[in-house]
Design a protein around this ligand. Sequence first.
Ligand SMILES: [Zn+2]
Length: 512
Amino acid sequence: MKFSDMPYSRPDVDALRKQLRALTETLKTAPDYSAAKAAFLQQQELEKHLSTLSTLVEVRHSIDTRDTFYEAEADFFNAVLPEIQQAGTQALLDSPFRADFEREYGSVMFLNAQMELKTFSPEIIPELQQENDLVQAYEKLLASAQIPFEGKTYTIAQIGPLKQDPDDARRLAAWKAEGQWYKDNQAQLDELYDKLVHLRDTMGKKLGYGGYIPLGYYRMGRNCYDQNDVEKFRKAVRTYLVPLADRIFRDKAARFGKQYPMSFADNAVMFRSGEAKPTGTEQDTLNAGKAFYDALSPETGKFFRMMLDNELMDVLSTEGKQGGGYCTELIDYEVPFIFANFNGTRDDVETVIHEAGHAFAAWKNIHRIPVDTLLPSMEGCEVHSMSMEFFSWPWAELFFGKDTQKFKYSHLAGALTFIPYGTMVDHFQHEVFEHPDWTPRQRHDCWKQLLGVYMPWQKLDGDIPFYSEGEGWQRQHHIYSFPFYYIDYCLAQTVALEFWAKIQSDREDAWR
Ligand SMILES: [Zn+2]
């Protein structure tokens, strides 16, 4: 079915609640495994349906944040989802047939269910609802940005390419214009985050963890690593990767004939002669994507055509559209959906391949029961997408033509220099939640200090508002909207680099 034909109407929450309660009762009192399993499977169907409806709302709302109908529906789901979703978990954990369930469906769902219970108590429902509202307010503020530049106005996504303009003065001016927008809105950005930090800290305390960090890990569904592991990883990044990444920026400063450290604006471009650019239009990039997925394997070819035929990729940047890109699933229809904001740079290519990497993994796995394990934990998901980016290298010429070598250098250098940035985003959040009573000023100071440790190649002279004042964290959606979701990218990028190495020696084997 085409995306535009997928019907939506608001579900009857009372009826749903009743059905779920009845199923939970059946699960508790089932005389044998087959009765318990039947109730479990019915509950899975309801969950799929509810997920499909709320995802339709979320996607349509993010495509046009000005649409008041889907805005109201998004508010509706934000208000009801937290309480609906809890129903059957405890009953499943208490089931006398748990061993039978584990044999048939694996033990991960129990591990996840136990963790999920640690993230919730009816006591924190008010905080969860306020948290949703604040996150929406942040996303809406960024989506509504109107940045004046050269007599026109730009959204944040639209000004992105100008921040990579080959002309030094124009590029710097674009950085300053965007930075100034953040400065002009900083009081609101500070206030939103301050409220979010206190809310999250309160949730952690109400649940008995003394603060937010343990709760943040449980909410991220981290079922195989903890804070100690992350600290070890962080240390390794500082020891091994920061010096390597630093060399990339020192080399570049030498190539540019400028003094190290260079400004954010100068570091934003890789080559004096211009960045690697897709050779054609946005449509050409999509066509090249199709050719790549056709060539990679029969399954990926079938998959990508299905996505195009059913309007499952909304990738052009339009007004009112939420920033960023994501992949999600419409489980009732057994399809994934890709959302992006194309801007005419090499990011478009990486986005279509990256998000389609997620989508391909989801599509291959879409029938899985339990629904909760359709996707692995986040760092596992990103291994699919980031590795797919490296699998596309032999076909890079389809996208980049004569710029192919430039693309490969930027891509690999980008992977190596991203990990310190991402690790810093994560480190910052640990500091913030260890000091929940910090003032906004203290949070900015912390970010600025971490920049010196993880990104010594950025000049912090205050010349570019917001960025070179050491306050650029407020543009990072994850810090507001998905706390502690960022180290996942760093872990996955590390694994993707292992794939990169393997692809150099034996691509067939790496794909297998
Ligand atoms: Zn991703």
